[in-house]
Design a protein around this ligand. Structure first.
Ligand SMILES: [Zn+2]
Length: 55
């Protein structure tokens, strides 16, 4: 299970999530980038500086 690094709330990662996708904490709204480590998905704080997110 993955917990928010900010507030410790549970963050649910969609089953079909892909690496690099951004998920946000339902509680505090912190944004995290999903990455894969070994066979498990982990999260790290998403950097929202700059604007190279899609578009
Ligand atoms: Zn949170």
């Amino acid at each position: 299970m993955i917990r928010c690094l900010e507030c410790d709330a549970r963050i649910t990662i969609p089953k079909d999530v892909i690496e690099g996708e951004i998920v946000s904490c339902p509680d505090c709204g912190a944004a995290y980038e999903v990455y894969k480590e070994s066979d498990n998905f982990q999260i790290r704080p998403a950097r929202i500086e700059g604007e190279d997110w899609g578009e």
